[in-house]
Ligand binder design. Structure first.
Ligand code: SF4
Length: 190
C-alpha cells in the first residue's frame, strides 16, 4: 500500500497507525487456494460452517492472484504444474504469505517420484508448514493464526540481503489444546 514509505518517523501517532495497518492486514487475509488434491477438500472444510475460517477474516478465497495475499498450497504439485505455481505466486501483490498444507506440498509425501515436486519450498518461500495427511482444519487455522501473529508483531515479511524474501519457516505442531497467544486486538495494550 506504500504506507511503509510514508511512515518514516517513530512517534505515538505513527506507532498507533502502524498498529491499525497491521490489524487491518491480519484481519483481512485473502487466500489464493492452490488446491490440487485431497488436502484441498480439507481446505474447503476449513472454510465451511463447522470450522468457519471467516472468524479469522480469511475466508475470502480469491481465484485471481492479484486479489490475494495468502497462498495456500494444498496437495501435491507436479513438475509440469510448477511453473504455474511460481507464476501465480509472482503475480500476488506484496506483502504476501505462503502456507504449505499437508505432507505432499511440503515434502512430496508418499509420491517419491520424478514427476512430483519434493517440497514447494524449493521454489517459493514457505512461511508456514502445516503437517498431516491431510491436516485437520484446526491445524490449518493454527497456520493462519501463526501468520496473523507475525503480522501483529512485525507487520511485513522479513527480507534478507538485497531485499530477498526470507520465509518465516514456522511448523505448526499437533494440537495440544493448550491456550496460545491470540491475535492482538486494537484495544489491548501494545
Ligand atoms: S498430504 Fe495426504 S491428503 Fe494431502 S494431498 Fe497428499 S495424500 Fe492427499
Amino acid at each position: 500500500m506504500g504506507l511503509e514509505g510514508a511512515i518514516t518517523t517513530d512517534n505515538v501517532l505513527t506507532t498507533q497507525l502502524r498498529r491499525v495497518v497491521n490489524w487491518a492486514r491480519r484481519s483481512s487475509l485473502w487466500p489464493m487456494p492452490f488446491a490440487t488434491a485431497c488436502c484441498g477438500i480439507e481446505l474447503m472444510a476449513t472454510a465451511s460452517s463447522r470450522y468457519d475460517l471467516a472468524r479469522f477474516g480469511a475466508e475470502v478465497m480469491r481465484f485471481s492472484p492479484r486479489q490475494a495475499d495468502l497462498m495456500i498450497v494444498a496437495g501435491r504439485v507436479s513438475v509440469k504444474m510448477l511453473p504455474v505455481l511460481q507464476r501465480i505466486y509472482e503475480q500476488m501483490p506484496e506483502p504476501k504469505w505462503v502456507i504449505s498444507m499437508g505432507a505432499c506440498a511440503s515434502t512430496g509425501g508418499v509420491f517419491d517420484t520424478y514427476a512430483t515436486v519434493q517440497g514447494v519450498d524449493q521454489f517459493i518461500p514457505v512461511d508456514v508448514y502445516v503437517p498431516g495427511c491431510p491436516p485437520r482444519p484446526e491445524m490449518l487455522i493454527e497456520g493462519v493464526m501463526a501468520i496473523q501473529r507475525h503480522i501483529d508483531e512485525e507487520g511485513m515479511p522479513p527480507s534478507g540481503p538485497g531485499g530477498r524474501r526470507v520465509p518465516l519457516g514456522i511448523t505448526v505442531q499437533a494440537p495440544t489444546h493448550a491456550l496460545k497467544p491470540q491475535p492482538i486486538g486494537l484495544n489491548s495494550k501494545a
